[in-house]
Write a protein of this length. Structure first.
Length: 417
C-alpha cells in the first residue's frame, strides 16, 4: 500500500508533530507500506536550520520543499512562511503519483486543502490527523475576528476539507465535540490521543545529574516548562510566580524549547532581573530523557480559550517518567480528565490562570513532599506500543464492522460513544 504523509515538520525536527509523524511513518514501513513524506526543509522553530531536499530515512522517502525563512516574529512573517510552503508543496504534488492513502496533519494551517485537492484529482483515501484546529486557533488568539469575512471564508474551507475526508483523527473529546458542533459527521471521527515517546524517553538519573551540573542547577528544586512556548499556553501566571519566588534560592525555573512566547519569557526575566529563570532551546532527542528527568515539577499550561483547539502532547512523556505535574488552566480540559483518572496520585497539582499565589503555594507544597512522592510511570494506556497500532489500523487498515467504527480511543479502554 502506498501512503503519502503531508506536514511541514518531520524528522529530524524535534517538535511534537514531527516526532509523532516520524513514528507513524516507521510504523507504516514495518507494516509493509511504501511511505512518502512531503514536508519543509527548514527547522520548524529555528528557520535557519536546513535539511536535505531529498532523503531516504529508514525506508521512508522524504521530499522536502523550501519556504521563506522569515520566522515567527510577526503574524505577517508566519503567513508568508506558511504560504510559500503551501505553494511549493502544491507544486511538488503536481508531479506526484497516486497514493492509496493520504494522511494530512495541520501544520501549516489548511495543508489539508492540498490533501483534498490531490485526492480529488488523483484518487485515494484522505485521512486528517488533527493536531490543532484552524481558523479556530487564530480566532481564539485574537488574530481573526469571528465575524470577519476572512474568518468566514477560512471556516468554510475547513468545513469542506472535513466533509471530503474519509476519516478524522482527533486528540481528545473536546476536539471531537467542537467538530461535531461544526457539523462534521460523527461516524468519521476517531479520538486517539498522541503517545509518549516511552521507547526512548525514560527516567534517566545519570542524565538528570549531568543536565543539572551542566546548567548550575545542582541542589535546586527545578520547576520546568518544556516544549512549545505558544500563546495557546499563556505563561503570565507562572512568570509572576517566578517573580514572587525570586528570593527563594532553592527554587529555579527552567524554560526549555521554542516558540513565539519564549521571547516574552526572556524579556520578563530581563525586565525583573530574575536570576531564578533559565531559558534553553529544544534539546536533542538523545538528551531529552536527561533534560525531562532533571525537573522536580513539570508545568503544563492550557489557555481557557484553546480547549478543544490545541492539545498538550507533552504531558504524556511527563506521565511516562512518573514526575509531578503542575497544571495551570481551566477546570474543564483534557488535563483535568487525566488528573481525574489518577485522582489518588500525589503527582498532580492544579491551579488556575491569574492566581500566582496558588501557583507559588503548589510549588512549595511539591518541594515539601518530593521526598515522600515515589516516582512511578503512569498511564500505560498512552504508550506508543498501544496507540500507534490503533492509529495505523484506523487510518490505513480500518476495521470493517460498524461496532468497531463506533469506538472512541480516548480512554485507557475503548468506550462507546
Amino acid at each position: 500500500m502506498r501512503i503519502l504523509l503531508l506536514n511541514q515538520a518531520f524528522y529530524p525536527d524535534v517538535v511534537s508533530s514531527a516526532q509523532h509523524l516520524a513514528d507513524l511513518a516507521r510504523g507504516l514501513i514495518e507494516r509493509g507500506c511504501e511511505v512518502t513524506v512531503v514536508c519543509g526543509d527548514r527547522g520548524y522553530d529555528d528557520r535557519r536550520t536546513r535539511f536535505p531536499k531529498d532523503e531516504i530515512w529508514k525506508g521512508i522517502s522524504i521530499k522536502r520543499v523550501s519556504s521563506f525563512g522569515f520566522g515567527k516574529g510577526a503574524r505577517w512573517r508566519r503567513a508568508l512562511d506558511f504560504g510559500s510552503f503551501l505553494f511549493r508543496a502544491a507544486l511538488k504534488l503536481t508531479a506526484a503519483p497516486r497514493f492509496d492513502v493520504v494522511i494530512c496533519l495541520t501544520s501549516p494551517p489548511f495543508i489539508s486543502l492540498l490533501g483534498v485537492l490531490f485526492t480529488r484529482f488523483r484518487g485515494g483515501r484522505l485521512v486528517l490527523w488533527v493536531m490543532d484546529l484552524n481558523p479556530d486557533e487564530a480566532i481564539a488568539a485574537g488574530w481573526l475576528k469571528p465575524e470577519s469575512l476572512s474568518a468566514k471564508i477560512l471556516k468554510a474551507i475547513s468545513r469542506r476539507t472535513f466533509r471530503w475526508s474519509e476519516k478524522v483523527i482527533v486528540l481528545d473529546r473536546f476536539m471531537e465535540e467542537r467538530l461535531l458542533r461544526d457539523g462534521v459527521a460523527g461516524e468519521k471521527i476517531r479520538v486517539i490521543p498522541p503517545w509518549a515517546q516511552d521507547d526512548s524517553v525514560r527516567y534517566d538519573e545519570e542524565g538528570r545529574n549531568r543536565f543539572r551540573q551542566e546548567h548550575g542547577l545542582a541542589g535546586k528544586f527545578i520547576v520546568m516548562h518544556s516544549g512549545n512556548h505558544s500563546p495557546c499556553h499563556p505563561l503570565d501566571t507562572l512568570l509572576q510566580a517566578a517573580r514572587e519566588l525570586a528570593d527563594d534560592a532553592g527554587v529555579h525555573f527552567c524554560f526549555v524549547g521554542g516558540g513565539s512566547e519564549m521571547k516574552k519569557v526572556k524579556a520578563f526575566k530581563k525586565a525583573h532581573n530574575l536570576e531564578n529563570i533559565l531559558c534553553l532551546p529544544y534539546q536533542p532527542m538523545d538528551s531529552l530523557p536527561g533534560s525531562l528527568s532533571s525537573a522536580d515539577l513539570h508545568v503544563v499550561v492550557m489557555g481557557g480559550e484553546f480547549v478543544g483547539i490545541v492539545h498538550p502532547c507533552k504531558v504524556y512523556n511527563i506521565l511516562a517518567l512518573g514526575l509531578p505535574v503542575l497544571y495551570i488552566g481551566p477546570t474543564s480540559s483534557h488535563i483535568e480528565d487525566l488528573a481525574a483518572r489518577d485522582s489518588e496520585s500525589s503527582l498532580w497539582h492544579r491551579t488556575r490562570h491569574g492566581d500566582a499565589s496558588s501557583v507559588v503555594k503548589e510549588i512549595l507544597a511539591a518541594r515539601q513532599s518530593r521526598e515522600a512522592c515515589t516516582r512511578r510511570g503512569s498511564h500505560a494506556a498512552y504508550s506508543k506500543s498501544i496507540l500507534l497500532p490503533r492509529l495505523i489500523e484506523e487510518a490505513v487498515f480500518p476495521p470493517s464492522s460498524a461496532a468497531a467504527a463506533s469506538r472512541s480511543l480516548d480512554a485507557p479502554a475503548s468506550v462507546t460513544r
